[in-house]
Design a protein around this ligand. Structure first.
Ligand SMILES: C[S@@+](CC[C@H](N)C(=O)[O-])C[C@H]1O[C@@H](n2cnc3c(N)ncnc32)[C@H](O)[C@@H]1O
Length: 311
């Protein structure tokens, strides 16, 4: 019996009483009434009929409840189908994104050989900038071959203390060796704002070096001098061709790194600069009015390399 059916024995077992009730109905054929062959059988039938009627009544009473249950089931199935569809789509999106990632052959090095020129506070800032570079490279459509060279000293200690997970970082070459020992001289190009050469196109067979330094502009020209010393190529980003800045064009490590990643994706310097540089860097597109009250950037601030902290 279904749970929606009436409870066991809902009817009195006392047949005569029942018959009495039935007999009290004028429309019913009375038991034993002369001329009624069916009287007996009607009495038995009536009992069954009574049961049937009660069941039917109960069935009808529960109609709304059943309707409600069916509706709930339908809604549940609909939600399940929707959820299934969404999770299938998400899966294919993720697959699509992964398939679209094409690593660049370009090597991008953060030269950490300036460790002894920094106070701990600035080392911590550099550490944050490096974390940012790592995260951006992992997300990039065309990630670069990322190198940290001359890794050691205060920076390594700080990473060990505050970010032990760095030892498990993927797709990055971390070495205590100098970039000179790892990469052919002719492949190296030091990125430095003091270079007279302007980088117009990225050569993905090259290894570009960024000075791992937070110096508040205290060591002006240090990376340019290093490039000359080592007899390697050097270039500044083509900021001057696309961006009007109210100050020197010295950017933080992570900004330079992100501009390179962005350029590899967009192949457009202007878009790359403006997608990365925060407005307070005083940058505006060349040819557009530069509201200096909004974009004032003092030379000292341009040399501040903690911008990734506040961005
Ligand atoms: C905060 S800067 C360090 C400034 C430092 N005084 C120097 O002489 O390089 C960090 C690094 O970002 C890179 N960089 C910053 N601005 C740049 C620009 N406009 N063009 C090319 N590289 C730049 C350089 O590699 C630089 O060493």
């Amino acid at each position: 019996m279904s749970s929606e059916m009436p409870a066991e024995n809902p009817l009195p077992t006392d047949v005569p009483d029942m018959e009495e009730k039935i007999n009290s109905n004028d429309n019913q054929v009375k038991k034993g009434e002369p001329g009624s062959d069916k009287a007996e059988s009607i009495g038995v039938m009536s009992k069954r009929q009574m049961k049937k009627l009660m069941k039917q009544k109960q069935w009808e009473e529960q109609r709304d409840l059943r309707r409600q249950r069916r509706k709930e089931k339908r809604q549940k199935r609909k939600l399940e189908r929707q959820y299934q569809l969404e999770s299938n789509n998400e899966g294919s999106d993720r697959k699509r994104i992964r398939r679209d990632v094409v690593p660049s052959t370009l090597r991008l090095i953060i030269d950490c050989s300036f460790d002894n020129l920094m106070v701990l506070k600035d080392v911590k800032k550099l550490h944050k900038q490096i974390q940012r570079c790592y995260a951006e490279n992992r997300k990039a459509l065309h990630p670069v071959q990322f190198y940290l060279t001359s890794h050691g000293g205060q920076l390594k200690n700080n990473m060990n203390e505050n970010d032990k997970g760095w030892v498990n970082w993927k797709d990055i070459h971390i070495s205590s060796e100098h970039y000179n020992e790892l990469i052919k001289k002719e492949d190296l190009v030091y990125l430095t704002s003091d270079s007279p050469d302007v980088l117009n196109e990225l050569d993905e067979t090259k290894a570009y070096v960024i000075g791992g330094l937070v110096d508040h502009n205290h060591h002006k020209g240090i990376t340019y001098k290093k490039a000359l010393e080592h007899g390697i190529g050097h270039a500044q980003l083509p900021l001057g061709n696309f961006v009007k800045m109210n100050s020197r064009k010295v950017l933080a490590v992570n900004h330079v790194f992100e501009i390179i990643l962005s350029y590899l994706e967009k192949r457009n310097w202007k878009e790359a600069f403006f997608s990365v540089l925060p407005p307070r860097k005083g940058a505006s597109p060349l040819g557009e009015a530069n509201d200096s009250s909004k974009h004032e950037l003092h030379e000292k601030e341009a040399g501040e390399d903690n911008s990734s902290d506040s961005d």
